[in-house]
Design a protein around this ligand. Sequence first.
Ligand code: GUN
Length: 291
Amino acid sequence: MTDIIDGNAVASEVRDGLGDAIETLDDAGVTPGLATVLMSDDPASETYVSMKQRDCAEVGIEAFDYELDPDTPAAELYDLIDDLNADEDVHGILVQMPVPDHVDSREVLRSIDPAKDVDGFHPENVGRLVAGDARFKPCTPHGIQKLLDAAGVDPEGKEVVVVGRSDIVGKPMANLLIQKAPGGNATVTVCHSRTEDLSEHTRRADVVVAACGVPELVTGEMLSEGVVVVDVGVNRVDADTEKGYELVGDVEFESAEEQASAITPVPGGVGPMTRAMLLWNTVKAAAEAEG
Ligand code: GUN
């Protein structure tokens, strides 16, 4: 029997676990605050941001919502970030990626106060993560560590193949997995679009983390029996449904499930964990700012 790892249930546990910290802050007259900045009319980005805001309301984090027209000059975005950096009610700042082409995303990430960088994308925080001294672990890889732990999968000593080398998931995931720390101690291979024979790597894996943004790239025949599969992909593909599309992961679920001992579904796997860890980082930022 394959274990279908329930991200919604684990995310709910993470949210419940934040209750005490939020109450302690509340007793001190502090409400954790998260500012979200959306500079896109991409429907998926709009949905993600609104879900993040809803999550905040649910646990007692105040969400400050900013929407900028995608044509807004970059200088206005930097002015807004400066204001949010200075705002004592704002403990975390999230600029939804991707930003429009006329905005330099690296400059955006550099302009956020590292102490409010709840994504963990500022170069200072990336450096700290790589050095094994993370201030904020990026939400998706941190959520995956929690999900594996909840499913009773310890990466220590295992062959983990990460498919994808993005700054948001692939790179920080690989870094966390090689660290000498709980949830780490794995032997990690990072594959990407230039990898010559992807199957050769994935077939060796005890755990596969698919985060390449290619719908259903990883299929059952690329996996060995008993593998643990973590699917980070959320791809909209045309389908004869009410919305005109359906969501599929980077893994072909049906064939992969036949090989896997455990697998995350899409939706309902990694996605809810990413959002839960954003709340976690926001509460951490508030506690550190006020403590
Ligand atoms: N776009 C896709 N994932 C993320 C994320 O985790 N944080 C931000 N800021 N943008 C994203």
